[in-house]
Structures are given as structure tokens and as C-alpha cells.
Design a protein around this ligand. Sequence first.
Ligand code: ZN
Length: 205
Amino acid sequence: LALPGDVRVTLRREMIAPQSGRAFVVQAGERMRVTDVQGEQVADIVAFALPDVREAISNGRTIDYNGTLRLTAGHVLYSNRGRPMLTVVADTVGRHDFTLAPCSPEMFALLHNNTDPHPSCFENLSACLAPHGIAPDAIPTAFNAFMTVEIDASGGVSVVPPTSKAGDYVELRAEMPLVAGVTACSAEQSNNNAFKPIEVTIFGA
Ligand SMILES: [Zn+2]
């Protein structure tokens, strides 16, 4: 039975609470929409192949093979084995980052002199991916949806507020079975100093 092209079945919809993370198993052909519910909120996205989770999303391969830092609809996110993992099929923002590591306790200490307990994407990804057999050391640089990183002419790097507004989203089609970790980022600087939720919706193939 052929259905009209834009009819899609919602398999799962979850709200990721501020400063937390969740894991999602996604089959080949399914689409994962990551929505910035309130605006100016970054979501770190990592992905690992199933069943062999040693294959993971690779920022180096992806930037190289696409020839751009400005990844958006039509671009493919590659694995560390050079295979297409996720294709960006929709993007209402057009501005994301795939260069900086997930925020971590070490980052808060180094850059902000903050050694107090503080949620981080690295710890949130580690926790939600552990049940899938993924160790903290295996967590790669994330595709940082809605994160805006400026690189000046001398190579200086700075993080500025996202350009995303309430309801903006990026949608990724899985090109292989995978488990994705998605966060609502915990870093003050990345989110214009306010922590908001992120919604994830999985659509059927
Ligand atoms: Zn973060």
C-alpha cells in the first residue's frame, strides 16, 4: 500500500529535560527530529552504529567529505569508517557546530574556573549510552545542533548564542541502525545563559 509521501508515523516523542540527555535507538530509514522547543538551546547529538558501537559519528570525516563547516539539509554525517550514518533531511536554522567537544567538568574548570558540581553533556551522554555498551572514552565530538561557533580571520574561536527560535528543528535520517545520544546542553555560554528542554521525535521509515 503506497501512502502519500508526507504521511509519517510517529514512533516516539520525548522531551529531554534541561541539562540532561537521552539515548534513542533508530533503525535505518527512520528520521529523528530534534526540536529547540523554546529557542536558543543547543542539543549535542552523537551516534553509534548497531550492533558494532565501535563505529561512531566522525566530525573530521564529515567536514572533510562535505567540504564545509556549515552542515545543513542535504549534507551527510559520516562515521569513523567513512560510511554515511545520518543525512540532514530538514533544517529550519542552518547554523550548527561540529567542531567543539561536548561540555564536560574539565571544560567548566578550565574555561570558567568552575569546579563545583555542574551537569555536562559529556556526563549526560556517558550515562545514557552506558547501557548500550559505550564507554565514556568512546564519546566523540558531537554534532552540536543550534550551537553557533564563530571563527575569526586569525583563527580565534568563540561561542555565541544560538540563532534558533522556539520550534526550530533539525531532522536526521538514519542511514544504518544506530543508537543516538541527545542532550539539552548544560553550558551557560552555549545557550545564552538559560537552560531549556529539547524535544526528540522519531518518525517511521
Ligand atoms: Zn553541553
